[in-house]
Design a protein around this ligand. Structure first.
Ligand code: ADP
Ligand code: F6P
Length: 467
């Protein structure tokens, strides 16, 4: 069954064509939406003076884009405040960084209400609405209050934390209740799904049976829908110009040295500090690698007006400088560190030129970089992926070298094993990884989610008693 129109809602929208997009959500959705068109609704990326926030509508790349400006005070309270200083650390198990302010939560609710107000006017009867990520938990509740009865699904791109962590949030019940206004909730991995089911049972006096979860007088459907990438496209990027030119240029610059590559938004959840430390340990333990390896870390600034992100950036600058200060020689700098987003084709060429992909988040919903690195490799002479056990991707990419990023020795040793790995072993692992990412690509993610949403029982106003 094909939806008459897919309406995707996410805080971050686009860019739809070509440009660099740092962040898994935008990348995943552009790929998914390109397949069947539709409407994409969200924030315009602009701060407008209060009272002058407009709705912009345009057609781009075969899609209808509808985006809303937010006022600076809304960005402060909703985006910088509740979303990224409270929910983001909480969802990544970092209670120590959580800053809860009731005023921020109020702003979060009121921005969701404003989104719902604007979106409800654009919806058609036969639409299927797919809402993305933690910025928009209350959106369905707000839409329902505006008599929207279409099917609405929600996909969480981040991890879902254990109930013991979630219940430290003073407004956890309000958020969980809001989730029950959706018809289907999707998670990245079965572990996230299990933690949600457990939370509903333990903290909300609800019930969980198979893919049905009930609480707050409603029964909804739940499932794990692992996000993927457009494998064929990314591989093509690496092997055709301009990606292939970047590859060739990088190889010339490397002059036979081996490159380790990391590509992440500058976010404390990505494990960049520990990664630098592990690279330093690797250099310390393997002096023969001196002059022979380079760590290229591409890390564009993300959420830069938030204090914890600014502090983190300073620490990372220091850590990269520390490793370079300790090991560099006049003709060799071990860490190359860039704070820039790069075009996707350039990235593909750089991944291809790198012997080791280092993806070591402390906690991550899925992690698309891991899959991009695999897709960009030459099957005849592939590089090796070092992957954190705490990325959702580790549940699927079992043939990567899996590490505990809290263990610097283990991560350093994995870097060593990856660099020394024989070609047969590299090929075997790469083939297995490719099998997974080819099957679980972005198209399947979208199709499976939409199919499950269309099969979910339609919204009913009637109260359904749990059990
Ligand atoms: P997150 O959604 O937390 O940022 P993911 O690994 O799932 O993490 O997705 C990140 C996406 O952003 C990937 O598609 C990656 O290629 C892209 N990205 C990350 N860093 C850069 C960069 N420096 N330049 C361009 N794209 C980037
Ligand atoms: O994938 C997780 C996520 O938080 C997305 O929701 C978001 O678009 C992306 O990371 C980048 O973050 P931001 O939109 O805050 O720049």
């Amino acid at each position: 069954m094909k939806p008459a129109r897919l309406v995707v809602v996410s805080n971050r929208v686009g860019p739809v064509r070509g440009a660099a997009a740092a962040g898994g959500l935008a990348v995943g959705l552009v790929d998914a939406l390109r397949e069947n068109g539709g409407l994409w609704f969200g924030w315009s990326g602009r701060a407008a003076p209060a009272g002058r926030a407009r709705l912009h509508q345009e057609v781009a790349g075969g899609l209808m884009l509808a985006t809303l400006d937010l006022a600076q005070h809304e960005l402060d309270g909703y985006y910088n405040g509740f979303c990224n200083s409270c929910l983001w650390p909480l969802l990544h198990f970092r209670i120590d960084l959580v800053r809860f302010e009731r005023a921020d939560f109020d702003s979060y609710r009121s921005v969701n209400a404003r989104y719902a107000q604007a979106l409800s006017k654009l919806l058609k009867r036969e639409d299927v609405v797919w809402v993305h990520d933690f910025h928009l938990v209350p959106l369905a509740e707000e839409l329902r209050q505006r008599r929207v009865r279409q099917r609405i699904g929600f996909f969480l791109h981040t991890p879902f934390p254990p109930t013991e962590i979630l219940t430290t949030l003073p407004v956890h019940e309000s958020l969980t209740r809001a989730l029950f206004a959706y018809d289907l909730i999707g998670f990245q991995t079965p572990e996230d799904l299990e933690r949600f089911r457990n939370h509903v049972v333990r903290a909300c006096r609800g019930r969980a049976r198979g893919d049905r979860v009930s609480a707050f007088g409603r029964e909804i459907r739940v499932g794990a829908f692992p996000i993927g990438i457009d494998v064929e496209q990314f591989h093509r990027y690496a092997f055709t110009a301009p990606g292939s030119r970047e590859y060739a240029r990088m190889r010339r610059v490397l002059r036979g040295r081996d490159q380790f590559i990391g590509v992440d938004r500058l976010d404390y959840s990505k494990g960049l500090l520990r990664r630098m430390d592990a690279f330093g340990r690797y250099l310390e333990k393997h002096p023969r690698s001196h002059g022979q390896v380079i760590m290229l870390q591409v890390a564009p600034v993300s959420r830069g007006s938030i204090e914890s992100y600014r502090d983190f950036r300073q620490e990372l600058d220091r850590e990269a400088a520390r490793v370079n200060g300790r090991f560099a020689r006049f003709d060799w700098t071990p860490v190359h560190y860039l704070n820039r987003a790069l075009p996707r084709r350039t990235l593909a060429g750089l991944y291809r030129a790198s012997r080791v992909g280092v993806v070591t988040p402390m906690r991550d919903g899925m992690n698309l970089v891991a899959m991009e690195y695999v897709a960009a490799q030459d099957p005849a002479d592939p590089g090796v992926l070092v992957l954190s056990k705490f990325a959702g991707a580790s549940q699927y990419l079992r043939e990567a070298l899996l590490v505990n990023p809290y263990d610097g020795e283990e991560t350093a040793e994995a870097m060593h094993l990856a660099r020394e790995m024989r070609i047969q072993e590299r090929r075997r692992r790469h083939e297995a990884l490719m099998r997974h990412i080819n099957v679980h690509d972005v198209g399947r993610w979208r199709r499976d989610f939409i199919a499950a949403l269309q099969e979910a029982p339609a919204w009913r106003k009637s109260v359904r008693k749990p059990g």
